[in-house]
Design a protein around this ligand. Sequence first.
Ligand SMILES: O=c1[nH]c(=O)n([C@H]2C[C@H](O)[C@@H](COP(=O)(O)O)O2)cc1CO
Length: 145
Amino acid sequence: MIIYFCGSIRGGRDDVDVYRRIVIKLKQHGTVLTEHVSSTELTERGEDASAAGDRFIHDRDVDWLRQSDVIVAEVTQPSLGVGYELGRGVDMKKKIFCLFRPSSGRSLSAMIRGAADGEQFMVKDYSEDEVENILDEFFRTLKRT
Ligand SMILES: O=c1[nH]c(=O)n([C@H]2C[C@H](O)[C@@H](COP(=O)(O)O)O2)cc1CO
């Protein structure tokens, strides 16, 4: 199973600890192409632009999206990049699983919650302490479909 994980980078790194927990769990279910998103070393400046460059990052990530079997996104911290990745993922007809924490006090964008169809595009409200169980359950059902 090839997994593309989306999480905020330039949108803000407040949730990096949750991203870490998610990626550790995802790695038990497959290959995670975007492990760097969960790195505590990565700041909201993003990957080193002089080494990579924004064009490189964009093209590499779109290519990884194409290669992926499933897209898992933590969408609590609003991020233009994550929204863009999800839109591209819908266009590529990928299976998408979005995780949102209502305890943040935020209201999830209608363009994400409103895209949910309960099958190909799923949005799950969760609390941090249950994140591993929710991911296990998601992959259990995925294998049955
Ligand atoms: O340095 C980067 N590397 C990278 O892989 N991304 C991708 C992966 C993340 O899921 C998403 C984050 O977008 P943003 O930076 O707009 O919050 O974009 C984004 C950046 C910086 O925008």
